[in-house]
Design a protein around this ligand. Structure first.
Ligand code: HSE
Length: 323
């Protein structure tokens, strides 16, 4: 069979904020920074292998069937009937595992975007998304889409339904800036899911539905005051916030410094604030970081506009020059 015309590609895929306070498992957005990078080499020996992983402190599996990037690439090649192709992967992690920044999703999407470009883009976005969700299943034990969908599509994304999969890209208000803080503790998504209550009071469902619908309306209207009012979570935050040291104080600090809203990024421990400008984001993050330092908790901070593009190509080489 014909081999890919490119022999090498390097791509970036963004970190994501899942749940966005009021949309557990159904809402997420992408940021420009941080993000992971994947280098992919076409080689003559069929199969998918990991050459190296940098930035993971040796924690991620190198076994191609256990690593979410290689397993997803393998799934992609199986789906298009091209298991004859040989692929080697280098993964550059720029965010920690178990950070709540959509770390596994960024790597998975980078890998799928890379193989998709190499193979001439034969699949649709929905097919790519299903493969990425299988990667999340492998990484977290649950194939939720609120990280992989925005990582793949960019912007704000609503997962209207999982069965059948129905994903809606939402408008991004111009001025929104995201402030992210990653405290140096680790929470595994599978653990943060186990502590959630399977049933919630009807009155809480009503509150949450109002806020989610209002949030989506706010994006369409570009109404940041409405968006701010909707950033409340009466179901997940009360349970998960106890896993994050100083959470309530951080929330008070962020809101009093002008955040439109503040919450847990994905399953935590990272927290985020949506802001109207970068100056507010800077103020919030420096106050939060200083507060955590008083409690001997180190942290990383990121300020980013909302990423509208999803993954992007960083470099590529045609077949004759490299293999
Ligand atoms: N919606 C998922 C959760 C996102 O909150 O468990 C994990 O990043």
């Amino acid at each position: 069979m014909e081999q890919p015309s490119m022999s090498y590609i390097r791509v970036f895929a963004p970190a994501t904020v899942a749940n966005v306070v009021c949309g557990f498992d159904v809402l997420g957005f992408a940021v420009d920074t941080p993000g992971d990078e994947v280098e992919m080499f076409v080689v003559s020996q069929p199969g998918v292998r990991i050459r190296a992983i940098y930035g993971d402190e040796g924690r991620l599996p190198l076994d191609p069937e256990k690593n979410t990037v290689s397993a997803s690439v393998l799934g992609y090649l199986q789906q298009i009937g091209r298991e004859d192709v040989g692929i080697e992967i280098i993964l550059h992690k720029h965010m920690p595992v178990g950070s709540g920044l959509g770390s596994s999703a960024a790597s998975t999407v980078a890998g799928l975007f890379a193989i998709h470009q190499l193979m001439g883009r034969p699949l649709s976005n929905v097919e790519l998304l299903k493969l990425a969700m299988a990667g999340e299943q492998l990484a977290c034990g649950q194939g939720h889409a609120d990280n992989v969908a925005p990582a793949l599509l960019g912007g704000f994304v609503l997962i209207r339904s999982y069965h059948p999969l129905d994903v809606i890209q939402l408008p991004v208000p111009q001025s929104l800036v995201c402030a992210l803080l990653h405290p140096h503790i680790e929470i595994q998504t599978r653990d943060a899911r186990k502590i959630l209550k399977p049933y919630v009071p009807l009155s809480d469902v009503t509150t949450q539905m109002g806020n989610l619908a209002g949030f989506v309306s706010a994006l369409y209207k570009g109404d940041l005051a409405l968006l701010s009012r909707c950033m409340q979570d009466v179901i997940i935050e009360p349970v998960r916030s106890i896993l994050i040291p100083e959470y309530q104080t951080m929330k008070t600090i962020a809101l009093s410094a002008g955040a439109l809203g503040f919450g847990i990024s994905g399953s935590g421990p990272s927290v985020f604030a949506l802001c109207e400008d970068s100056a507010t984001a800077h103020t919030i993050l420096s106050r939060l970081q200083a507060h955590l330092q008083q409690h001997q908790i180190a942290s990383d901070i990121f300020i980013s506009p909302i990423n509208r593009q999803g993954p992007r190509l960083l470099a590529a080489e045609e077949k004759t020059s490299k293999s």
